[in-house]
Every structure is written in structure tokens, then in C-alpha cells.
Design a protein around this ligand. Structure first.
Ligand code: UD1
Ligand code: UDP
Length: 440
């Protein structure tokens, strides 16, 4: 079996690292393709170093540019590699342009696509990420999904439950594996050593890079307005290159940099960043990955967005959406700082993203599909049988698997009272309502 992994940005490197490790440890052939979307040492090479992943076999070096140009160049480059390498499956992760490019190219070459971190939805089509993740899901063969809630998003869009695997999120694997290594190593990076980081009281770790925040002068000014007033916090801001550029263009960089309680530093390597976040009193962010890491590391998060494709973190109680609303940022930050009960409740929110075995579950599922021949994408030769779409209330004790066998059916949705459930094979559906396709 040969697996190709396409990645191109900082979060993809971090979240694919545990899967890459798992592939290598099992002796499976790996082709690693870097799109080159992130190219600064601090956004790419340092993560290969910290996470100990091999250098990519190919780097397409697309660099920065408009969405069309970047995605188009990626498609051309990835297609050439896949035609040579002929992998059994191409794995893409998350919602960047690499996901869109990799999935479109592979599926048209009739190569199976595995979408890691599938099923997330912000329901906001103005986000390039929402377009990327939805377009990728249309072309994928296997879906590796962090939570039941995200799996239900895919069921609601009509995807067959058979190809959906709830694996947790590999970010938990990455956090758990590297935090211990990081603690032993201590803060060595120049960027952090220069900060008098020994005083870890009231650390607020800030990251922001979302286009809808940092490309909007009004929103970014509101956020800076709040930061100015949070004088009792020690604000550490590893700045994303996009954000540095736009703050400079808006003439806001110096104003922020001059504040004595705000430390703007270069993006930090993963080991240092994990230590920084795990010792923080509060995380203020618009990052997707950081919302997940905050709840994994038991640190309260305030998210600088009006929606999130990680709603589990909010319902679990570890994350609050504050948008770019200055008052909401200040009010919640003050509460986390001064109201111990409130802060403890956020810290103790249960982690919805699994136990840290997501990479293992993902590679297990791929191996199983490979062995059953389910990664072979060929034109159908069976005459399509007709089926009826039906609904039933189940009276007797039976599992999803039993029902499907008995009725030659495929269950789509399960309603347990007013709660939707994922139809896992072994779910007992007595007293539940199901919708299903019945085949002749
Ligand atoms: C991309 C992803 C976003 C993800 C983020 C992770 C898309 C559509 N966006 O956003 O989903 O959350 O990565 O960080 O795929 N730049 C540099 N050096 C670099 C990379 C970028 O200076 O190594 C600057 C360039 O000015 C560039 C800007 O950052 O124009 C934006 O980079 P780009 O890769 O287009 O998008 P991100 O904002 O990084
Ligand atoms: N991160 C890091 N150093 C930094 C900032 C972030 O290692 O200086 C890590 C962080 O731990 C998380 C990932 O980068 O795992 C998030 O990446 P980013 O915010 O760029 O992208 P997103 O998750 O929003 O797509």
C-alpha cells in the first residue's frame, strides 16, 4: 500500500505529523507532498524539525498569491506527482487550499481521497475554508471525523455512514506526544528567552490570522482597543506573517508593539508554543487548531470569531465566542482573571476530541479499506438496483447492524427523542426513529 500525504501550511504539518509517524512506523510506503503555501522557516521547516517528520519528497513551491492562482498551481503540481507515484490513497487535512487542490486532482485521477478532520462546518460560505472543506468532502472516499457532531453534519448532507470514521482529532495526539518532550527541553528558543518568560503570571497567548479579522481595519482596531485595556495581562503575541503585513499596512503595528504589556514575537516552534499555551491563563485566538488545543490543555479560550466550526468546545464550556467585540473580550477576560469559579469551570471542560489515538484509528481504517479492495475507484459494472427511502420507529431491541441486515438497508439518521445520533454498527436503536434506504 502507498499513501500520499498533501500538506502546505503550519496546522496541516502539525496535525498530519501523528499520521505520518504512524504510516512510517507500520512500514507503509509514504509520499509526502508539500504545496509550499507556507514557506517561512517559522511557518514550515521548524515544524518538520520539532515534530520529527521526514523532509517532503516533493515541494511544489506555490508561495503566496490569490486563491485561484495558488490553488491552480497546486493542482498542476500535485497532478504531476500523483501520476508518477500512483498512491492507493491521498490524505488531505482540514480546510486549506491544499485540501481543495489535492482532493480535486486525486479524485479525477480515480485515486481515493481521505479527508482528515472532515465534517466541520461554520455554515459561513464567506470563509474560503468552508468552501474548501465542503468541496473536498464531495470528492472524498474516506472521512476521518473528530466528533459525533461533525459526523452528523455529513449525514445531514447525505453522506453514507459507511465511509465515516469518528477518530477524534490528531491535534490531541500531537499535543500529548510533544508536551512532555517540550517540558523536558525547557524554553530554549531565542524568541521566548528574550521575553523574561520566567514570570509566567497572567499570560495571555494571542494569535490571529483569519482574513475576516486581520484584513478588516475596523475589526482589528476593536481587538487592539481591548488589548490596550488588558494591562494586568502579560500578552504574548506570536504574529502570523499575514497579520504583521496587514497591521503594518493599516499603520497599527507600532501602536500595538509600543504597549509595554504586549510582546509581539515571531511565530514560535511547536515545542515552545505548547509550553507557552499550557502555562497561559487565557488564550485569545481566531485559530481553529488553538481552540482545540486550549480545551486539550485545560486553558480557557476566547475566540475572536462570530461562528466556529468547533462548536463542541463552546458547548463543553471551554471556549467563548467574543467576535471582535471589545466589550465582550474585556468582560470575559476579566472574569477569567478574577472569578476563580468561572475560570475553573472553563478549565475543567471535557475534551471532545478523543484520547490521542486518532492517528492509529485513521491508519487502521485505511488498512482495512485497502485490504477489502475499497480504495479501488473504478467505474461501476453492476446494474443499479432501485431503493426506497423510508423511515421507521424501532420497537424491538436491535442494533443498527442487525436492522440493516434484516431489511437489506442502509440507515442514514437515527433520532433518539429529539437528539440525532451517529448510526454506529453496534448502536442499539430500540425506541429510536431511523431514516434509511431499503434495497430490493
Ligand atoms: C492559510 C489558510 C488558513 C489557515 C492558515 C494557517 C487557506 C485559504 N488559508 O491562511 O485556512 O488557517 O493558513 O496559518 O488555505 N506569508 C508569509 N510567509 C509564509 C506564508 C504566508 O509571509 O510562509 C504571508 C504572505 O503575505 C501571504 C499571507 O501571509 O500573502 C497569507 O498567506 P496564505 O497562505 O495565503 O494564507 P494564510 O493566512 O496563511
Ligand atoms: N502554533 C505554533 N506556533 C505559533 C502559533 C501557532 O506552533 O506561534 C500552532 C498551534 O499550536 C496550532 C497551530 O499552530 O497547532 C494553529 O495554526 P494556525 O493558527 O496557523 O492555523 P489554523 O489552526 O487556524 O488553521
Amino acid at each position: 500500500m502507498k499513501i500520499a500525504v498533501v500538506l502546505g501550511t503550519r496546522p496541516e504539518i502539525i496535525k498530519m505529523a501523528p499520521i505520518i509517524d504512524e504510516i512510517i512506523q507500520r512500514g507503509i510506503d509514504l509520499t509526502l507532498i508539500h504545496t509550499g503555501q507556507h514557506y517561512d522557516k517559522e511557518m514550515s521547516d521548524n515544524f518538520f524539525r520539532d515534530l520529527e517528520i521526514p523532509a517532503p519528497n516533493y515541494n511544489i513551491r506555490v508561495g503566496s498569491g490569490s486563491h485561484g492562482k495558488q490553488t491552480g498551481l497546486m493542482m498542476k503540481g500535485i497532478e504531476e506527482v500523483l501520476m508518477d507515484e500512483k498512491p492507493d490513497i491521498v490524505l488531505v487535512q482540514g480546510d486549506t487550499n491544499a485540501v481543495l487542490a489535492g482532493a480535486l486532482v486525486a479524485s479525477k485521477l480515480h485515486i481515493a481521497v481521505g479527508h482528515v478532520e472532515a465534517g466541520l462546518r461554520s455554515f459561513d460560505m464567506t470563509m474560503p475554508e468552508e468552501i474548501n472543506r465542503m468541496a473536498c468532502d464531495v470528492t472524498s472516499t474516506m472521512y476521518f471525523i473528530p466528533t459525533e457532531e461533525s459526523a452528523i453534519n455529513l449525514l445531514a448532507e447525505g453522506y453514507s455512514r459507511k465511509n465515516l470514521f469518528i477518530t477524534g482529532n490528531t491535534v490531541v495526539d500531537a499535543c500529548f506526544r510533544h508536551l512532555e518532550i517540550a517540558k523536558k527541553r525547557g524554553f530554549e528558543e531565542e524568541s521566548l528567552a528574550s521575553l523574561n518568560i520566567d514570570n509566567m503570571d497572567n499570560i495571555l497567548t494571542l494569535t490571529m490570522h483569519r482574513a475576516e479579522n486581520v484584513d478588516d481595519k475596523n475589526r482589528v482596531s476593536n481587538i487592539i482597543g481591548a488589548l490596550k485595556e488588558l494591562k494586568e495581562m502579560n500578552i504574548i503575541f506570536p504574529i502570523h506573517p499575514r497579520t504583521k503585513k496587514t497591521l503594518q499596512d493599516f499603520g497599527l503595528f507600532d501602536e500595538l508593539n509600543d504597549l509595554s504589556h504586549v510582546h509581539i514575537i515571531k511565530p514560535v516552534g511547536y515545542l515552545d508554543f505548547l509550553q507557552l499555551t499550557s502555562k497561559s491563563t487565557l488564550i485569545l485566538t481566531d485559530s481553529g487548531g488553538l481552540q482545540e488545543e486550549a480545551i486539550t490543555l485545560n486553558v480557557p479560550a476566547l475566540t475572536l470569531r462570530y461562528n466556529t466550526e468547533r462548536p463542541e468546545t463552546v458547548t463543553a464550556g471551554g471556549n467563548i465566542l467574543v467576535g471582535s467585540d471589545k466589550d465582550a473580550i474585556l468582560e470575559n477576560a476579566e472574569k477569567i482573571l478574577n472569578d476563580k469559579e468561572f475560570a475553573d469551570k472553563m478549565r475543567n471542560a471535557p475534551n471532545p476530541y478523543g484520547q490521542g489515538n486518532s492517528a492509529k484509528l485513521t491508519v487502521d481504517a485505511i488498512k482495512d479499506y485497502y485490504e477489502k479492495g475499497l480504495l479501488n475507484i473504478t467505474a461501476p459494472e453492476d446494474i443499479m438496483t432501485s431503493f426506497k427511502r423510508k423511515m421507521a420507529l424501532i420497537k424491538e431491541d436491535m442494533t443498527v447492524g442487525d436492522f440493516e441486515k434484516k431489511n437489506n438497508a442502509l440507515i442514514h439518521m437515527v433520532f433518539d427523542g429529539d437528539k440525532m445520533r451517529f448510526p454506529a454498527d453496534d448502536l442499539n436503536i430500540k425506541e429510536m426513529c431511523v431514516t434509511y434506504d431499503e434495497y430490493e
